[in-house]
Design a protein around this ligand. Structure first.
Ligand SMILES: [Zn+2]
Length: 511
């Protein structure tokens, strides 16, 4: 527990629950586990793994995370409904430290139009649910959904009652992004003044970004005494998203004097690798100008700025790039680098891989890349690891690709794929509206999977004409949306790899 007097702000990460609710961000079990491991390494205090009653996938994800992570508490979400709470309890049962998070809307508009309940009924449901959860587990969190638009007097009553019923964390969510930072600060202050037993619980905040206030409001609440911040990596979440973990953490890290010296347990140098991982598995690209983790966050374009930074970085940099895990384009490895050097570099970049995986990367994709590209940068290595990390069981693998194009004419592609299940190689040729289209059509013929492309982007991983290109694809297969990425020094090959990744995902989902 962290009361107002505590100097430690607990970080409650909901990337896997609220974050996963953002359109197009769904993750499979393997990916969720990968993210959960990264969150543990990052040092978050609580991982909200999902909403177990909503689907079997969510239930399994919370259960698998409970078995896997050791340090953070693992939390499952539940409505104030017995069957939700029982399911959440079951999902976190094997966690070293499990938590049930029950929520109920308290605002007038939610009470009257969504729930059709009076204040008394809401109060009773909240108390009964917290009690029911407490019978199953010691650590129970209650959230007053839409607290920002709830009458302060009624909110105070609810908070007092759920603490009495046994909630050790009470969250004041700004569910719809309505409240301004100063209003939320005053609301939290009001609760500290009017709830007699408030010292027996950690007060949390959970802010949405509809008006761009999520981070500011979260921090204002910390100033008022909230000691748990509910955040997501890259700020992903419902609609405009949630308060972003990396921004909240770096504000506390950069300006501690404004927050009574409050700190978090986050290892800030893991911020960038974690951001990249979440971006990769969700397919949600981080804006270049995103604070802390955007590509341009530490880029100085103007001559005056660049000159100032060379003379003294503090002239234009309020955070050290290294502090958030950014290693600047450093030349690290080449064709003649050994396996030991490669392993060492991976470690320094924060990747924890088994020896077998390191060898597979080194003798395969790394050697290949070093042959094609004289200089291999940190970003290249990160891209390699990330693209090789198996996110869906592979059914098809790319063997060869031949493409012919002519300006003004059709393009043709011949693609050779290996079917790993049946252990045979197949080949198909197709024409298309350009080389990428031709490649995709040839793959469709062989795999029988037809995708509707929703988004397709290509970007360079590092600068220069020898740079690796990264292709990202978001595609619809029936009602499901899948995303995948591919990396290569050849952008057509990168595109082919991304498309094939999406096909493999669809096949994995069908099983
Ligand atoms: Zn939310």
């Amino acid at each position: 527990m962290a009361t107002k007097a505590s100097k430690r702000v607990l970080v409650f990460d909901t990337t896997l629950r609220d974050g996963e609710q953002s359109p197009g961000a769904s993750m499979n079990l393997t990916e969720k586990l990968e993210v959960a491991r990264a969150l543990e390494l990052l040092g978050v205090d609580v991982i909200e793994g999902g909403f177990p009653i909503t689907s079997n996938d969510d239930f399994e994800a919370v259960r698998a995370i409970s078995r896997e992570v050791r340090k953070p508490a693992v939390c499952g979400l539940a409505r104030c409904v017995t069957k939700d709470i029982d399911r959440a309890a079951e999902a976190v049962r094997e966690a070293r430290h499990g938590r049930i998070h029950v929520f109920l809307a308290t605002s007038k508009i939610h009470r009257e139009t969504k729930l059709h309940k009076t204040q008394d009924e809401i109060l009773r449901m909240a108390v009964e649910s917290v009690r029911h959860a407490r019978a199953a587990i010691k650590d129970v969190q209650f959230s007053a959904e839409d607290a920002g638009r709830t009458e302060p007097e009624f909110l105070a009553e609810v908070v007092e009652a759920v603490i009495d019923a046994g909630a050790s964390t009470v969250n004041i969510p700004e569910t719809v992004g309505w409240t301004m930072p100063d209003e939320l600060r005053r609301l939290i202050e009001y609760l500290f003044e009017h709830v007699p037993n408030i010292g027996r619980a950690t007060i949390a905040v959970h802010c949405h970004n509809d008006l761009g206030m999520a981070v500011a409001s979260t921090l204002a609440a910390v100033q008022a005494g909230a000691r748990q911040v509910e955040v997501t990596i890259n700020g992903i979440g419902e609609r405009a998203g949630n308060a972003s973990l990396e921004e909240v953490v770096m504000v506390l890290d950069t300006r501690p004097e404004l927050f009574g010296g409050c700190t978090t347990g986050i290892r800030t140098e893991r911020l960038l690798p974690t951001s990249r991982l979440v971006s990769r598995v969700t397919g949600l690209v981080v804006a270049r100008n995103k604070p802390v983790v955007g590509e341009n966050a530490f880029a100085h374009e103007s001559g005056i700025h660049a000159d100032g930074v060379l003379k003294n970085a503090a002239t234009y940099e309020i955070m050290a790039p290294k502090a958030v895990g950014l290693a600047r384009n450093k030349l690290v490895l080449g064709k003649h680098s050994g396996r030991h050097q490669f392993r060492q570099r991976l470690k320094e970049l924060g990747f924890r891989l088994k020896d077998k995986a390191v060898d597979a990367l080194f003798f395969g994709p790394f050697k290949e890349l070093a042959d094609r590209k004289k200089e291999v940068f940190d970003e290249d290595i990160a891209a390699l690891v990330e693209s090789e990390a198996v996110t869906a069981p592979e059914v098809w693998r790319l063997c060869r690709l031949t493409v012919a194009t002519a300006t003004g004419g059709m393009a043709s592609a011949t693609v050779e794929l290996e079917n790993l299940k049946e252990k045979k190689t197949e080949r198909a040729a197709a024409t298309g509206d350009g080389p990428v289209d031709a490649i995709f059509r040839a793959m469709e013929q062989m795999t029988g999977v037809s995708l509707k492309l929703a988004d397709y982007t290509i970007r360079a991983v590092t600068a220069g004409t020898e740079a690796q290109g990264e292709a990202r694809i978001e595609a619809a297969a029936g009602k499901k949306t899948v995303s995948a990425r591919g990396v290569s020094t050849d952008i057509l090959e990168a595109s082919a790899r991304a498309y094939l990744g999406a096909i493999n995902r669809v096949l994995a989902m069908r099983q």
